[in-house]
Design a protein around this ligand. Structure first.
Ligand SMILES: Nc1ncnc2c1ncn2[C@@H]1O[C@H](COP(=O)(O)OP(=O)(O)OP(=O)(O)O)[C@@H](O)[C@H]1O
Length: 232
């Protein structure tokens, strides 16, 4: 199913952040969102996930109008969210963190097997306090937690943030493989040029709450062109 956001305006307590944002992601596509700090990238993902109510505009997924649906309902439609900073639950084990991502009552063990296949370290560390894992392992856990919800669309907020460079490459490959193997559509926010180049089919550039450019695969190969949208 494709995602379609149309002329969305959204913000926090009366302060507008997203201004008239329209974007789309086709089924099976991997689309990046880039831009400097504070331009509204996280706000865009939150609005798609239903964690922030838009002041105007609409969010549609396939035939469904999600605009007035809760985040839980959107998860039920097959949308998974990997938040910035990962937000693993401290004091809970890796396995308990994964359990939280499961759709209530699904009990589908194959979803765990799938997560452990992509991220064997999570099986090895199943009983470990999630908080004591490295940044990269926590990022894998956050992706795994979304995967046990069996999403068709994955929203991923800065997968490279706080992750050491050698692991960034491996997480990028994992996301590409998830898209390839499972057909999972991916919309991700990123400021790391290499991740964008290695992962995105297409990319939106944001500035001051607006989408100011759309880059196709040829544009994405051009590092200087990409960097224009990221330099602070
Ligand atoms: N909960 C909130 N309440 C009020 N203002 C917020 C809140 N969250 C974000 N903002 C503001 O909204 C603006 C956009 O933030 P957002 O997190 O969407 O940007 P971003 O592009 O994802 O940046 P970054 O890369 O730094 O995460 C910023 O000015 C930020 O201070």
């Amino acid at each position: 199913m494709s995602l379609e956001m149309t002329t969305v305006t959204a913000g926090y307590e009366g302060t507008p952040i997203l201004r008239d944002v329209s974007c789309h992601v086709a089924q099976g596509e991997i689309v990046g969102v880039m831009g400097k700090n504070g331009v509204g990238k996280t706000t865009l993902l939150k609005t798609i996930m239903g964690l922030l109510e838009p002041d105007s505009g609409s969010v549609r997924y396939g035939d469904a109008d999600l605009t007035d649906r809760s985040a839980d309902e959107r998860a039920g439609f097959g949308i998974g969210y990997v938040p910035q900073g990962r937000d693993v639950f401290p004091g809970l084990t890796v396995e308990e963190n994964l359990l939280i991502g499961e759709n209530v009552g699904s009990g589908d063990e194959t979803l765990y097997d799938r997560v452990y296949e992509y991220f064997p370290i999570l099986e090895e560390r199943a009983g470990q306090d999630a908080e004591t894992m490295s940044g990269g392992q926590q990022q894998m856990l956050a992706i795994g937690r979304a995967l046990v919800g069996d999403p068709d669309l994955l929203l991923v907020d800065e997968p490279s943030e706080g992750v050491q460079p050698s692991i960034v490459q491996s997480i990028t490959e994992d996301l590409a493989r998830i898209n390839d193997d499972l057909g999972t559509t991916i919309l991700f926010v990123e400021q790391n040029l290499s991740v964008i180049q290695n992962l995105a089919d297409r990319c939106y550039a944001m500035d001051k709450g607006r989408i100011v450019n759309e880059l196709d695969d040829t544009d994405i190969e051009n590092r200087e062109k990409l960097a224009e949208h990221l330099v602070v």
